[in-house]
Ligand binder design. Sequence first.
Ligand code: NAP
Length: 508
Amino acid sequence: MERLSSFVLGRWHAAAGDLSTLVDPTSEAPLAQAGSGGIDFRAVLAFARERGGPALRQLTFAERGKLLAGIAGAIHAQRDELIEVSIQSGGTTRGDAKFDIDGAIGTLTFYAGLAEKLGTKPYLLDGAGVQLGRTPRFFGQHVLVPRQGVAVHVNAFNFPAWGMMEKAACALLAGMPVLEKPGTPTALLAWRIAQLVVDKAGLPEGAYQVVIGSLGDALDHLGPQDVLAFTGSSATGAKLRGHPNVVRHNVRVNIEADSLNAAVLAPDVDPSSETFGLFLNNVALDMTQKTGQKCTAVRRILVPSDKVAMVRDELVAALARIVVGDPADKATRMGPLASKSQLDEVRAGIERLAKAGTIACGGSKPVHAKGWFVAPTLIVANDGRNPVFHAEEVFGPVAVLLPYSGDAREAASIVNLGGGGLVCSAYSNDAAWNQTFALEAAPWHGRVWLASDKLADQALPPGMVLPQMVHGGPGRAGGGEELGAERGLAFYQQRTALQGFQGHLQAL
Ligand code: NAP
């Protein structure tokens, strides 16, 4: 069986110590083993700070952008092979595998393009300068300079390619070296990508390290110039944020956690309209893409009370067309969950939700004798405000239909019971309804996605994270923010207010 090595200190470190076994979620056959025993994490972090950081900071933004383009090219050249690795190790369908791998390539390419516009200075200006004295001679200017530490990235299992590369793209472009730690159950794909980056992308030594397995005592050695960006469950996020050494040194932390994303149908939407078709397609897609293991997947569907039965029947019909099975089979539309623990948690979650509603389709019973399959599951709530539907994310192909009055404010107030989300979507052709909903929901969400007939032929689905726009959300969603074009670099930079003689500052 393959043993997945880590790339640290400029060489491959063989898997050692307590080994975890990675398993094919379709056949349950063991695939590989991972373990980071024997890695000296203090040395790994120092290597990044002392070698990778200075080498990256010597480069212009455009030169760093070329490195990102090189990574994108290396991944693209092996795309077909990577898709196969994803299908086998993550239980993804071909389409789901492309979503992850092309997401990585697209984000790297976007940031490579942005790099060309950022100039040749080693820092960025933040806003315009201001006169601070009686005359303009005493002047102030905010600048963004790269932090002189290492960016530690802890990623979730569900996007081994995109998750790793969206973080790495921003850090490397800002001028910070990275230590990547992928989620272990699906680390085979991340490991293969790491091999490509190391062999083909020509990054400076120490700029890119990757640990397959546990992070060991790495967090004990973080310092004030380091940053920690985490994607995963809120429970793990809280643990990392509260790590005593992270707290002691005020290590900058970004948390991308779970979210009870909602889709809301407004009362004006006619079942024959394009907006209604978009609503049904997006909800069915979001529930089943990546077997619902997507941080932006729809978990709650709000529908005016008088339309609940009609929407339930339409969604049940759409979900019945989803063939659940071996993801390598072309006819399959939804593969298994990624791990046995995922299966156990999703089945328990369905049972918890079903106690407060009625199962319209699916349920917690296994779908096949082998593999970690569940059926797409729709539950109709008895009471839209029952806290059970707004309390915990079920990270699988599961959503709840919640009745509401049709009022935009009420819709937002129910959606906001989720305690902070990554994205919520609303479907309405009524501009006033959309505006009221958007402004009431915005403080609780990183992204509000508004559909109408006007964009039915071109809108990308709400579950898609785009590098141009910020990703993250308040409260339960972690309180973090990533991407958003140039905004995504700020986490890796220090914003410093320079104050002095205008002539000197302008010479800078
Ligand atoms: P998880 O169990 O919290 O694990 C996330 C990562 O943290 C993994 O790499 C895991 O490593 C690592 N980890 C766990 N305990 C740790 C510790 N004590 N110290 C250092 N690292 C530790 O989450 P998951 O099951 O992988 O991912 C699913 C969750 O991620 C869902 O809740 C989903 O909503 C969320 N998610 C959020 C976003 C977003 O952008 N907001 C995106 C994707 C997923 P091991 O795998 O080795 O245990």
